[in-house]
Design a protein around this ligand. Sequence first.
Ligand code: SF4
Length: 560
Amino acid sequence: MSDAREVLELDVVFVGAGPASLAGAYHLGKLVEQHNETADEPLEPMIAILEKGAEIGAHALSGAVVDPRALQELMPDDWQDAPFESIVTEEQFFWMTENRALSLPVPPPLKNKGKYVASLGKLCKWLAPKIEELGIDVLCEFPAAHALVEDGDDGPRVYGVRTGDRGLDHDGKPKSNHEPGVDIHAQVVVLGEGPRGTLAKQLEPKLGLTDGRNPQVYAIGLKEIWQLPEGRIQPGYVAHSAGWPLDSRTFGGGFIYGMEDNLAIVGLVVGLDYENPLLDPHGLFQKMKTNPHLRELLDGGTMQYYGAKAIPEGGWWAMPQSHAPGVLLTGDTAGVINGQKLKGIHLGMKSGMLAAETIFEGLKKNDLGPAQLATYQHRIENSWVKEELWPARNFHQAFEKGNLAGFLQAGLGMVTGGRGWGIHNRLHNEPGHARMHKLTNGRSYAPTEVAFDGELTFDKLQNVYNSGASHEEDQPVHLLVADTELCVTQCAEEFDNPCVRFCPAAVYEIVDEPSHATGKRLQINASNCVHCKTCDIMDPYEVITWVPPEGGGGPNYGKM
Ligand code: SF4
């Protein structure tokens, strides 16, 4: 046991080992390597990636159909060695009802010719050793818990991160194996924490990163991988769907992708700006599989893996400011996702590469001050990141008025360069949690009803088992609920505790508590958590804060 906090001095620290950070670190390492081949004064920056998961890829989750564009730029000679499942071979689009799957022409944004079905976990695992070969440290089980900020001449400046403590008990007291987190000082912190990042959330108000932006809106993506009978699905098969089981006011849709070895990905995306407080995204996903088309596909198969994760859907106008003194934002943290095409991995990777070019130029000039880091925004604006995101800039906002309005806007957007209806370039939107209706408004809402049979449909606990989620049991709860009294009083009355439904891992439960006036209390089953961030996003009172648990805890998505 040691109580002394170690300090590590680096030049660049990437937070989170998703595709954005991995591409960024690799690109930076390569730029430095190429520079040093001919330079009189070689550059020797100290660079590291911090990852909260037990291994690279453990917390990486996406559909995924990958546009290889960024990977082709990153590794022109090696990109085809990437562990893709298959190039897309066949595409379908379905309009779903409870009993039918009507095949329709594939909408242009969902055409995936030349793209690849992939496991993001496998892709990340493949990239990590290539980065280590460049002398960059990849440090797993190191969750970045706090941003280190100081007052500088130009206002607040990020000068590093503090990783989470290990060895604290449930009450936060040190155990015999206690090790305080490490302070990692760096000239630049590159945030690639994924959606609703912990450090990004801390920094946004301090640095004004979201001032003047549309509020970010998210969806939750839920996914299972199934082992199917031989020949049932071909690698590279890609199907998307709209309609049932989502109602006409709820954004989202389903997907089926064929992997190698008779594995199939089945998933559902549900907008985290839904109105019905009784809606249960996990229940809807399970229900979707009872459509005869899916039932027939999955019949005789076995569900192997499960995962869930938030997706930033707000598009160009919801992207936070991408830079501030000492910090750059990349990937899902920067909101670089094309919601219309259901793609973000290539955009995330490209944002990481643009961050790397910004840093490399600063290293050569020995200037990583605010003006140099601000050039990152120009790089984004002058790259294909903006070229791709700009025509989809108003895509998600119109779905606030219902799916029909959303589809109309999407169609209009395609012929007006993304402007859509109206004379303004920019449509605004509300934050998703603010759109949930109160049960006290006199209207009636349908609960998500589905029976779990353990073969086709699974309850949350069964699915959590298949996510591989595990945490050290004796540690502080990493879901911080600022006001648990609210849960059993106002929230119970107004929303019937939506956390028990929107959490896809049965973390939140309202249980009997005879000593409380209401007879109830909130119980948090933190070890079930799959780190999807939905509760931090969708809680209508914004009293839930997700913080990183002890390093290594969480799901195991290596094959997802
Ligand atoms: Fe997701 Fe929150 Fe549930 Fe964890 S507790 S699985 S972050 S909704």
